[in-house]
Write a protein that binds this ligand. Sequence first.
Ligand SMILES: [Zn+2]
Length: 127
Amino acid sequence: MDIIKTENYYRTLNDDSLCSCDYCRNYYKEVKKAYPELSDHLAGMGVDIEKPFETMPLEPYKGTIEYIAVQYIIMGNAADFKSEDVYGVHISITDSHPMTDIDEEHYVIEISPIRLKYSLYWQYSDS
Ligand SMILES: [Zn+2]
């Protein structure tokens, strides 16, 4: 992986380039609080945990939500990457992901599973 290029990539992502669905917005809001060590670990790879490429959420249930997998883009050569488990979360490389539209060498990793509080849930159930 190329940490500098990966950091630069995440720096260029803003709110407009991120998905704005409820599931993703909940993820941006909750993931760092729930997984601080994982967040630090990904930051060490140049990845901003609050800027996923793709999330795969299950239906929220009683104020919690599970994401079967969450995908992140990494700049550099995939041969450098090794699967690992970090604080109960599996990190692996994946080939099944949407088109990335990135010309430079890169690959996509998947972290799974992620379980979070679903805070937006209550906004809808209260009305
Ligand atoms: Zn989304």
